[in-house]
Design a protein around this ligand. Structure first.
Ligand code: NDP
Ligand code: 2IT
Length: 454
């Protein structure tokens, strides 16, 4: 959807970005959302045009594309494509996850890298923005295949990263298992123990307690603060959560701890609805241990219902709920689905995934009074805790689970307050999407001005 922007400089940059990146819809979507949001700041700073602040913000510092050859169990050589988008080192080493999913392409990598710069600024910690990954599909692969793929991926990636240069972590399809294989190969090639070169490591070799839980927990801390500001709470609320991966599982855990009832979760094949409340231990067993499909939930809870996803539909958004948490992937909640949620009485939507709502859906929800927690603020707890992992690695020390969780909670409260403040300052009170973009952009543009033309 084209958005109306009055500022001439903004329009010029938008047009140029569209022209240069015609084939990259997700990237353009992310850029358009941010640039549209920050119009009041651009209006207040006419000097930004001469400094080309926006042109420098939207163009990645470096895009690395590489070949990843590996041998499958049948002896066949397979070639995948690897990516690392080193988007911005303005406020710290490049930092952001790796995604292994067949849909990965340059547009998706660039959109994620772009979002990451702003998200990382919101954490208040010294981390730049990056993203990487591959079109490799981990589904159905053996342990040996996963390991060989990770080793081949790192055999190229290692020369581009380092604990003060670029620090990858997990994302879709990359969890502690993959990080372990990547770390092992990095260490073997470098012949040095650089603990802080990757985050999301297992606890047994330098990972941080509470990193696994951090994105989901952080989302719920943000949601709690947002509801509180509007005189509401999670107590007794129903919640639906799309996805059943890392973010979804720990959002579910915290939602229960905050007194809510999670009634539905999903994967790419469909969703389960359990009116008694989703049994998270069953989900964890199916997803974390067996790496199975969510449909198997019915083997343990025959009274639950399963709704198959047909033609990439998202049946989970048809389920009546007070709070909806899209925690699977980009553009998984569109305007029609937003309308159904609203008709069914939704009061808040929290983006655990990156850009899960289309811009039209997000705008519709906000305009209709639904409290909206935008991804780059609401899911920043994961990368914030990655930065806490890096600091523990540098100190050669560790914090307890409670210490890390407490730091995470403080960071999420700060992020919410900063989004609220920025939204008020520019007359968009209660629009935390604009608030998040404005708060992050102000810090980044200040840093850009301070460092000169580089
Ligand atoms: P996981 O791989 O652990 O889980 C992903 C979940 O989303 C799975 O249930 C998966 O289902 C579903 N999913 C993935 N792709 C699609 C798709 N194209 N269509 C439908 N369902 C899909 O990933 P995470 O939980 O780590 O990541 C989820 C989201 O959260 C992503 O958007 C990620 O960028 C974002 N995020 C992650 C952070 C982290 O720390 N891990 C931090 C901040 C954001 P299936 O198994 O069927 O594929
Ligand atoms: O999207 C994200 O913020 C992540 N996948 C986590 C990145 C990180 O470096 O922990």
């Amino acid at each position: 959807m084209e958005r109306l922007v009055m500022n001439e400089y903004l329009n010029k940059v938008l047009e140029k970005t569209r022209r240069l990146n015609e084939e990259q819809p997700e990237y353009l979507q992310a850029v358009e959302e941010v640039l549209t949001s920050i119009e009041p700041v651009i209006n207040a700073h006419p000097e930004f045009e001469k400094l080309a602040i926006l042109e420098r913000m939207v163009e990645p510092e470096r895009c690395i594309l590489f070949r990843v050859p590996w041998v499958n169990d049948a002896g066949q050589v397979i070639v995948n494509r690897g990516y690392r988008i080193q988007y911005s080192s303005l406020i710290g080493p490049y930092k952001g996850g790796l995604r292994f999913h067949p849909s990965v392409n340059l547009s998706i990598m660039k959109f994620l890298g772009f979002e990451q710069i702003f998200k990382n600024a919101l954490t208040g910690l010294p981390i730049g923005g990056a993203k990487g990954g591959s079109d490799f599909d981990p589904k159905g692969k053996s342990e040996g295949e996963i390991m060989r793929f990770c080793q081949s991926f790192m055999t190229e990636l290692y020369r581009h990263i380092g604990q003060d240069v670029d620090v990858p972590a997990g994302d879709i399809g990359v969890g502690a298992r993959e990080i372990g294989y990547l770390f092992g190969q990095y260490k073997k090639i470098k012949d040095a123990y650089e603990g802080g070169v990757l985050t999301g490591k297992d606890i047994c070799y330098g990972g941080s307690l509470a990193r696994k839980e951090a994105t989901g927990y952080g989302l719920m801390f943000f949601m709690r603060e947002m509801l509180k500001k509007h005189g509401k709470s999670l107590d007794g609320k129903t919640v639906t959560i799309s996805g059943s991966g890392n973010v979804a599982i720990y959002a579910c855990q915290k939602a229960y701890a905050m007194g809510a009832k999670v009634v539905a979760m999903s994967d790419s094949n469909g969703c389960v609805y359990d009116e008694n409340g989703i049994d998270l231990e069953t989900i964890k067993k199916i997803k974390e241990v067996q790496r199975g499909r969510i449909k198997e939930y019915l083997n343990f809870h025959p009274n639950a219902q399963y709704f198959e996803s047909v033609n990439s539909s998202h049946p989970i958004w048809n389920i009546k709920t007070d709070i909806a948490l899209p925690c699977a992937t980009q553009n998984e909640l569109n305007i029609e689905e937003a309308r159904v949620l609203l008709k069914n009485g939704v009061i808040a939507v929290g983006e655990g995934a990156n850009m899960p709502c289309t811009y039209e859906a997000a705008k519709y929800l906000i305009e209709n009074g639904v409290l909206f927690a935008p991804a780059k603020a609401a899911n920043a707890g994961g990368v914030a805790t990655s930065a806490i992992e890096m600091s523990q690695n540098s100190m050669r020390y560790y914090y307890t689970f409670e210490e890390v969780e407490h730091k995470l909670e403080r960071i999420m409260i700060n992020i919410f307050n900063n989004c609220a403040k920025a939204s008020e300052e520019f007359g968009h009170s209660g629009n935390y999407l604009d608030g998040a973009n404005i708060a992050a952009f102000k810090q980044l543009s200040d840093a850009m001005k301070a460092q000169g033309v580089v």
